[in-house]
Ligand binder design. Structure first.
Ligand SMILES: Cc1ncc(COP(=O)(O)O)c(C=O)c1O
Length: 395
């Protein structure tokens, strides 16, 4: 993450929420101030859910977590959802569920958040990095095929920025007996060309509810999800020391449970999700119309037949620094995703692929400029961002 840290942005946004919040259920209104990358969503229903849960004194292992898992997995078309402490923990759990460990290889795109790769290392398996598609920026089938070996046990397909991966990956995994893990941390509510939502496509899917995500829980949070009956019961046990109802431990797990209060906030946010996604899509549509004709910028292509969740709206810029400088002067935050691809991070300094070049990833990683796209943006703010991007061309 470049420039201001996300934590700084988050703290700033929380200060503004505290300063401007008045009575009533509306999220606070703002005038034209600096436009951040995200604003946490918080309203009276969420506050009431949190207080009710605290008042119930049922703070862990209660009805809220169960209901959140059920409601979100139903929304996604999966058979079960198990809330847990973060998206990173969900990824670790997914690999444990699929019995992946030492000697196994897991194919992961290098253009992603670091947790997609480190979860593989944490279970003692080897992440094998692959390239992404030149047009949609998700994991590339030809690159997967080139990296496949008899030790390949799974892929982690990231629905990057909210864009669904190609459905062809499902067939490819089935054909080769390889498990499909969806990293859906950025894709709540995205829909594949098959009509299936993120979370219902792979063997196991992993969500993050970090505050900047499309759906959040008022703290850290994540969810494992599966469409496979045979994995469902183990998934619940895994976040609870692998224990059964008689408190006997059957497999290695830990306390990875989500707290009841965060689950109760997530349930309220879930009721808002479709409305929020509609707003994100409308903003993205305005950006597309305004930016498509501009030279030196490529707008993000949406895979045919899919519904993008627009967690990030990234422009592929010929001159990313100039674009970011212009936005900065106009009071608009931006980010580069991901300036240092995973295989080049120091944590993988001893990985055999540390120096490997991936033509697409190397070409685009430092040129993908994310601009604000979140449901609370006012039309004035959207206009302001558009003017700033347009001004960067030819200036
Ligand atoms: C693609 C991706 N995977 C995994 C994660 C990890 O989620 P968390 O921060 O909740 O651990 C994130 C979070 O930013 C992410 O964007």
């Amino acid at each position: 993450m470049e420039g201001r840290t996300w934590l700084g942005v988050f703290k700033g946004a929380m200060r503004r929420v505290a300063k401007t919040h008045t009575q009533g259920g509306e999220e606070p209104r703002r005038g034209m101030e600096r436009i951040p990358m995200a604003r946490p969503s918080w309203d009276d229903d969420m506050r009431a859910a949190a207080i009710d849960t605290l008042d119930s004194l049922h703070w862990v292992k209660g009805p809220q977590g169960k209901a959140f898992g059920k409601e979100f997995s139903e929304y996604c078309g999966a058979v079960q959802g198990t809330p847990c402490q973060s998206g990173s923990v969900a990824l670790w759990g997914a690999l444990r569920l699929l019995d992946i460990g030492p000697g196994d290889e897991v194919l992961v795109p290098s253009l992603t958040y670091i947790a997609t790769a480190t979860c593989v290392s944490l279970v003692g398996a080897t992440p094998v990095f692959v390239d992404v598609e030149p047009d949609h920026w998700c994991v590339d089938l030809a690159s997967l095929e080139a990296a496949r070996t008899p030790r390949t046990k799974a892929i982690i397909a990231v629905h990057l920025f909210g864009q669904m991966c190609d459905d062809v990956l499902v067939e490819w995994c089935n054909e080769h007996g390889i498990a499909y893990i969806e990293d859906a941390a950025q894709a709540h509510g995205a829909v594949a060309a098959s009509g299936i939502k993120a979370g219902g496509v792979g063997d196991v899917a992993c969500f993050s509810f970090f505050p900047s995500k499309n759906l959040a829980v008022g703290g850290e949070g994540g969810m494992m999800m599966t469409r496979r009956d045979d994995l469902a019961a183990r998934m619940d046990a895994l976040v609870n020391h692998g224990r059964d109802a008689r408190l006997e431990s059957h497999e290695l797990g830990s306390n990875l449970r989500m707290s009841e209060v965060t689950a109760s906030i997530g349930r309220v946010q879930l009721q808002r999700l479709d409305g929020w996604l509609a707003r994100r899509r409308a903003i993205a549509q305005r950006y597309h119309e305004a930016f498509t004709p501009l030279p030196g910028l490529n707008v993000p292509a949406v895979r045919e037949g899919t519904h993008h969740a627009w967690h990030q709206y990234c422009l592929l810029a010929d001159d990313p620094q100039h674009l970011r400088d212009t936005l900065e002067e106009a009071g608009v935050d931006s980010r580069i995703y991901y300036a240092t691809p995973c295989h080049r991070q120091q944590v993988y300094a001893n990985h055999p692929q540390h120096e490997q070049s991936f033509p697409v990833t190397d070409d685009i990683a430092h040129r993908l400029v994310a601009i604000p796209v979140f449901h609370q943006m006012t039309d004035d703010e959207v206009d302001h961002v558009i003017k700033a991007v347009v001004a960067s061309i030819g200036s």
